[in-house]
Design a protein around this ligand. Structure first.
Ligand code: PEP
Ligand code: MG
Length: 323
């Protein structure tokens, strides 16, 4: 099987009926580029920049960040790189950023909420990203967006820094896509409004599922509620994809669900445009997609959403359809 997968390394991903789907990789450091190349990644769908902060004794400087972003963008050439701005908080801590103890860290002060409250820290990252933008195909993504107000503020700060750099005579790309993660139910529900203002969505199912099911993703006792195939989750995902397509935008997914071999047929059927996963899952997913017909998977997704009551029923349906 491995040998068969390896043959797909230099191919793009097409379904049995010839539809192109972008298969991208999630990375945590510039070193992960090697794995992306070895596994035939068509893009980087999520670069988790918080590791840059976690691996550093103090806030990483603008230059240090610029070097990391440039390395990745140059390394990928004309292939797109989605860089997610810092997502600290929740389960990820920084020794040099003391935050008050919280009862519910996953519902607390994290990610974009911190960035908007600490503009100097956020601007440093935005400047580093903008300076690196001329070295490749950059897409910037904001995590944990709950309201349109947050997105507008973050985007305004980005545009302000872009203007500042231009005034300083520093080159910045004019083709940077700016998108958001959909990982808070409020944003998923309001996707039609967001779709008018963003360039793309990337669904973060790791968080979206925990917030929708009200079940902490780290808590074993409620792990049975962590149900990617629950029809409620599928409906939420469908709403987001449809809303983006209505506005001519695209939707990807960078949560674990994107590389789940039971979820892939469903997500294909829902019309997901980009799947981003750990590099080691790319080739087996490409092989699976090649064997699936997108029209038939659309029928499957439709049944899962309309006829199934439970996650178990959805799994049986997928098994039947992909036999
Ligand atoms: C997610 O929430 O699905 C996601 C990709 O982000 P993280 O796992 O880093 O929270
Ligand atoms: Mg997340």
């Amino acid at each position: 099987q491995k040998a068969e997968w390896n043959k797909l390394k230099n191919e793009k991903t097409y379904t049995a009926d010839g539809k192109h789907i972008e298969l991208a990789a999630n990375i945590g450091t510039p070193k992960d580029l090697v794995g992306v190349k070895e596994n035939g990644g068509e893009a980087i769908g999520l670069y988790r920049t918080e590791f840059l902060y976690m691996d550093s004794p103090d806030f990483p400087t603008e230059d240090a960040q610029f070097e990391a972003y440039k390395t990745i963008l140059e390394g990928m050439g004309d292939k797109a790189v989605v860089v997610r701005t810092m997502d600290i908080g929740g389960d990820k801590e920084l020794p040099y950023l003391t935050l008050p103890h919280e009862m519910n860290p996953f519902l607390g002060y994290r990610a974009i909420h911190i960035c908007l409250a600490e503009p100097d820290m956020f601007k440093t990252q935005l400047r580093a990203l903008l300076r690196a933008s001329v070295f490749g195909k950059l897409r910037i993504m904001f995590p944990m967006i709950a309201t349109l107000g947050e997105f507008r503020k973050a985007k305004a700060m980005l545009l302000e820094e872009k203007q500042n750099l231009k005034n300083e005579g520093i080159a910045v790309s004019d083709n940077i896509e700016v998108g958001i993660m959909i990982e808070i139910p409020a944003a998923a529900i309001l996707a039609d409004k967001f779709a008018k203002e963003v360039d793309f969505f990337s669904i973060g199912t790791n968080d979206l599922i925990q917030y929708t099911m009200a079940a902490d993703r780290m808590n074993e006792q409620v792990s049975y509620l962590y149900q990617p195939y629950n029809p409620s989750i599928l409906r939420l995902i469908k709403g987001v994809i449809d809303a983006s397509h209505k506005e001519g935008k695209w939707t990807g997914m960078c949560g674990e669900m994107a590389g789940d071999q039971t979820a892939v047929p469903l997500l294909m059927g829902l019309g997901l445009d980009e799947f981003s996963m750990s590099a080691s899952s790319i080739l087996k997913t490409r092989s699976l997609m090649k064997r699936l017909d997108s029209t038939k998977m659309a029928e499957l997704a439709d049944k899962a959403i309309n006829d199934c009551d439970t996650a178990e029923e959805v799994v049986s349906l997928v098994t039947e359809y992909t036999k």
